[in-house]
Design a protein around this ligand. Structure first.
Ligand code: SF4
Length: 435
């Protein structure tokens, strides 16, 4: 069957979205393409940000391909599923432009994973895939192609039927470990000079994103991964290196590992020492011993983003960080990392009762040692996070609205990334006719 996979042309005006706004490789759609093609399907993969096409132009390209199924993602790549734009106006804008010319319409992403009924309503798609999508999209295409009626045999779907929402199972967790090495169009990589989360060193050559592991063994209260990318899995090292070698051959000189938590991994790091590529990671600094940090720097790591979140042990415990290190030891480890890694950032989260003086002194100490510590940013209680469930229970069809209202109410001063006045969700979604 012909399948179109679309990363729409994102725009973030008045959104609370605090993820990076540069184009990135649409990894989830890349895996979908690889698995679909292995199964004999014909695939058109389109990316708005990396091609400069508008949603109308993307829709026309899809219509020209005449697919039996069109898949659109509701977050701008797996990297941002845990902090997606809450509003669905952009995928909806693409679907409106498509106007029924793409066969069965399917949405993948964090919204439908957690609140399938709301996503079906707002997007008007035929099917939602819940959870990690690549294996389910392939099975859905197989099923539709088979001509058998019904979708009941395919897991992790939501669709309308019998006067309500039919769920064929909970959100899917993929096998992941043996997902094939991806290849990307040369012109996409040429349009990807962005080196994600790289600061202070010169970005030479193209950038790219790669996934070496998925999920995380921890369950921090604010982390929106309950319905996807939850349990920790490592991708086979040989496959990861094959993908990186393809990228290097195509001119890429920096990769960002989108892993929720890049854990110490000697075999991968030793293999990277030999390769002409630099990289960035997000991790927890308390899990790295000094010798592994030295290897990390020698392997080409030029950017570490480490979640410290709170400067008190009580604060970290309240966030369920499960961190055994003292705040001083965390600082020492960050400073050690900075010896061999040119950009090291400690992330802090704004919490009620923060001691502003303590935060200022700690930031000053770290800055003096060359480690960046951000001004604490407020939390958005994403529906896929434990925090949401602690506040309001299981997410229902108003979950995103509820989280959004809470966020706008709670903090008068927003993250300095959000330059424009953020709008309520219903206003953001009104223009595109979501609901
Ligand atoms: S350590 Fe990071 S990825 Fe893991 S649960 Fe906490 S915030 Fe999420």
């Amino acid at each position: 069957m012909r399948v179109a996979l679309v990363n729409p042309a994102w725009a973030f005006a008045h959104s609370i979205y605090f993820g990076c706004r540069e184009p990135h490789l649409p990894l989830e759609l890349g895996y979908c393409k690889a698995l679909l093609e292995q199964a004999g399907h014909e695939v058109l993969l389109l990316d708005g940000p990396l091609t400069g096409l508008s949603n109308g132009e993307l829709a026309d390209r899809v219509a020209g391909f005449a697919p039996g199924m069109t898949v659109v993602t509701t977050a701008p790549t797996y990297l941002f599923w845990r902090c997606a734009p809450p509003e669905l106006r952009i995928p909806r804008d693409f679907l409106l432009a498509l106007d029924g010319r793409g066969g069965r319409t399917v949405a993948v992403g964090p919204h439908g994973s957690t609140t399938p009924g709301a996503a079906l309503d707002k997007l008007g798609v035929d099917v939602i895939v819940r959870g990690e999508c690549e294996e389910v999209v392939k099975r859905l295409a197989d099923r539709l192609d088979s001509g058998q009626p019904g979708l009941d045999g395919v897991p992790a779907l939501a669709f309308r039927g019998g006067g309500g929402t039919v769920l064929t199972g909970g959100p899917h967790a993929g096998r992941f470990v043996d997902l094939p090495a991806l290849s990307w169009p040369a012109e996409w990589l040429e349009r990807h000079p962005h080196h994600h989360h790289r600061y202070g060193t010169e970005p030479l050559g193209a950038g790219a994103e790669v996934e070496a592991s998925r999920g995380c063994p921890y369950s921090c209260s604010f982390c929106a991964k309950i319905d996807f990318r939850d349990q920790y899995r490592r991708r086979d090292t040989a496959i990861v290196l094959e993908e990186i070698d393809r990228l290097i051959a195509a001119g890429v000189r920096y990769v960002y590992f989108i892993d929720e938590i890049f854990l110490p991994r000697r075999d991968l790091l030793e293999a990277l020492v030999e390769r002409p590529v630099e990289f960035g990671i997000q991790t927890r600094i308390d899990l790295w011993k000094p010798d592994m940090l030295d290897l990390l720097g020698a392997a080409g790591c030029v950017s570490i983003e480490a979640g410290v979140e709170s400067l008190t042990e009580e604060g970290r415990a309240a966030l369920d960080k499960n961190c055994r290190m003292s705040t001083d030891a965390l600082a020492d480890r960050l400073i050690h990392a900075r010896r061999s890694v040119p950009f090291v950032q400690a992330n802090l989260i704004a919490m009620a009762g923060d001691d502003a003086g303590l935060v200022a002194r700690w930031r000053e100490r770290l800055h003096g040692a060359g480690v960046w510590a951000n001004d604490p940013v407020p939390l958005y209680p994403y529906p896929a996070s434990p925090d949401y469930r602690r506040l309001w229970g299981e997410p229902d069809d108003r979950a995103w609205e509820r989280a959004h209202e809470h966020y706008l109410r709670q903090f008068a001063r927003l993250s300095d990334i959000q330059e424009e006045e953020p709008l309520p969700l219903h206003k953001l979604e009104a223009a595109c006719g979501c609901r």
